[in-house]
Design a protein around this ligand. Structure first.
Ligand code: G6Q
Length: 545
């Protein structure tokens, strides 16, 4: 493993020390003062990029803060690192892999080389095959085993093979073919399979088994259950080939399952699960919205990739969001960050970002394997507004913790009713104003509030937010937004000097679950190897099941 990126240690960098000194001043400043002194910041601390406007003025920063943060990004070589990633360097060192999700949406004619070979022809070939398949399903040309048209498409996958496409299908439902129902089964809890297939006709149902490895316990269990569900109704093994397709790199396992290799859509080891939405893992999205709209989504991703690589840090959206995250995480010691889309269609956006961010930067050793001496990835959470306002916003407004939040809103939605959207957006704008400026004691007293109640009705404000205001929730904008967060996570991983593209932390539990499953199946097995708590729980489960 190379040690090139590990020197000097982050906290000994002069840029870091300058930020520490600056923080001691900034921690006493308030957003109210900052806006009073500099009313123009609301139009200056913004980035107006095509289709996407970022206002980061409601952050506890000044121009000086931003300069110091930009210096840190430059000292850490953020953009150079992005260049190495996009050029096919094996930056995923612990798995010895290149990291090339950007090649999946490379809409230029530029080649992307891995080990001396241009990967773009293979990328285009898979996209073309996906397009042809999606068209056959959408036009009804692809028939089920009994000659019936496919009306239900169920994606079976988990983690990176589920969250991205499930989020995107919901986000783009306004563009989807209403004659097709696209659903997702991920959890090994049988309830998920049952609830997603209840009432469906197997003769009209097609399963996409999405698994890079084709060995994942949850996915293979659900796929086998789906196979039995189908064969119970159709009673002919050859039906499997008409009702199952696969997205996988594991050709042999796909064939063994009974899926025609012609209906396997492949991808490559340089596509990480949580970064795989633009690969064949996006097939359910393409089936739902069609290949042209899917192409527009890729255009949006690509536009953000170019923006990230080519825009000076001072106007670079992922760099700015990444640096602000570092500012709160490492200096203000914020533990979590909220993502609050004002769009019901983005109901699963926070779930996707949770995996993206927490699996990427939830690490505590640096690239040389040493324990980091600083905080890394934050806890990411969120729900769509306005629902969150009636639930957990209380804590953001008046709780004791700092929760930096990203508010995401749209000038237009592909579909809405009456004046709902104006009401939604009025709330969107009101919340960041309330969070930043609060309601001081003087204003509460002036309203004649009883003395005892005054402290309860004061809003201190000073809660930092970013506002992302996009033109319209369309495929291209969704692509830009997801790529923005992917690169934000990348920026932070470079600064914290962790490997963002592996996920060793998910392995241990999988291994232990395998052993425990054997012990559940065979009650004669001794539980002595377990700790006292786990052994007692296991016994109780064996007795109670
Ligand atoms: C994502 C992870 C993980 C992965 C799932 C599914 O970055 O690697 O969430 O996507 O474990 O793996 P398979 O696609 O191999 O079933």
């Amino acid at each position: 493993m190379t040690k090139r990126s590990c020197s000097p240690r982050l906290t000994s960098r002069p840029e870091w020390k300058a930020l520490q000194a600056h923080y001691r001043v900034m921690k006493r400043r308030t957003l109210r003062d900052l806006f009073a002194e500099d009313p123009g910041r609301g139009r200056r601390l913004v980035v107006d990029s095509p289709g996407l406007y970022l206002d980061y003025s409601k952050n506890l920063v000044t121009d000086e803060t931003m300069q110091l943060l930009f210096r840190l990004a430059e000292a850490c070589g953020v953009i150079e690192s992005a260049g190495r990633m996009m050029a096919g360097d094996r930056i995923n060192e612990t798995e010895n892999r290149a990291v090339l999700h950007t090649a999946l949406r490379n809409r230029s004619n530029r080649p992307v080389m891995v080990d001396g070979q241009d990967v773009m022809p293979a990328v285009r070939e898979v996209l073309d095959r996906m397009g042809a398949f999606a068209r056959r399903i959408r036009t009804g040309e692809w028939k089920g085993h009994t000659g019936r048209r496919i009306r239900n498409v169920i994606n079976i996958g988990i983690g990176g093979s589920d969250l991205g496409p499930a989020m995107a299908c919901q986000a783009l439902q306004g563009y989807a073919d209403p004659a097709l129902s696209v659903r997702f089964v991920s959890n090994v809890d049988g309830t998920h399979f049952l609830e997603q297939t209840r009432g469906l006709d197997p003769a009209e149902t097609l399963f996409i088994v999405a698994s890079k490895t084709f060995t994942t316990q949850e996915t293979m269990t659900n796929a086998e259950t789906a196979r039995r569900w189908l064969l119970q109704a159709l009673r002919d093994e050859t039906a499997v080939a008409r009702h199952f397709v696969a997205v996988s790199t594991n050709t042999d396992a796909v064939r063994k399952f009974g899926i025609d290799p012609a209906n396997r859509f492949g991808f490559w080891d340089w596509v990480g699960g949580r970064y795989s939405l633009c690969s064949a893992i996006g097939l359910p999205v393409m089936v739902a919205i069609g290949p042209e709209r899917f192409g527009e989504m890729l255009d949006g991703f690509h536009a953000m990739d170019r923006h990230f690589l080519e825009t000076p840090v001072q106007r670079n959206l992922p760099v700015i969001l990444g640096l602000l995250g570092v500012w709160y995480n490492n200096f203000f010691k914020a533990e979590t960050t909220a993502v609050l889309p004002y769009s019901q269609a983005l109901a699963r956006f926070a779930a996707h970002l949770q995996q993206l961010d927490m699996e990427s930067n939830g690490k505590s050793v640096d690239r040389a394997g040493r324990h980091v001496g600083w905080q890394t990835g934050p806890v990411v959470w969120g729900e769509p507004g306005t629902n969150g306002q009636h639930a957990f916003y209380q804590l953001i407004h008046q709780g004791s913790k700092m929760i930096p939040a990203d508010f995401i809103g749209f000038c237009r939605l592909p579909e809405t009713v009456g004046d709902h959207h104006d009401k939604l957006m009025a709330n969107f704008l009101a919340q960041t104003e309330a969070l930043a400026f609060g309601k001081p004691r003087t204003a509460v007293v002036a309203e004649g509030v009883k003395r005892a109640l005054v402290p309860h009705k004061v809003f201190d404000g000073n809660h930092p937010t970013n506002t992302l205001l996009a033109d319209c929730l369309d495929p291209a904008t969704l692509g830009r937004l997801v790529a923005l967060y992917e690169h934000k996570v990348f920026v932070q991983g470079v600064i914290w000097n962790v490997f963002s593209f592996d996920q060793w932390g998910v392995e241990l539990g999988k291994v232990l679950a395998g052993r425990i499953l054997e012990e559940i199946r065979d009650p004669a097995r001794s539980l002595d190897a377990h700790d006292g708590s786990t052994a007692a729980l296991l016994e109780r489960y064996r007795a109670g099941k």
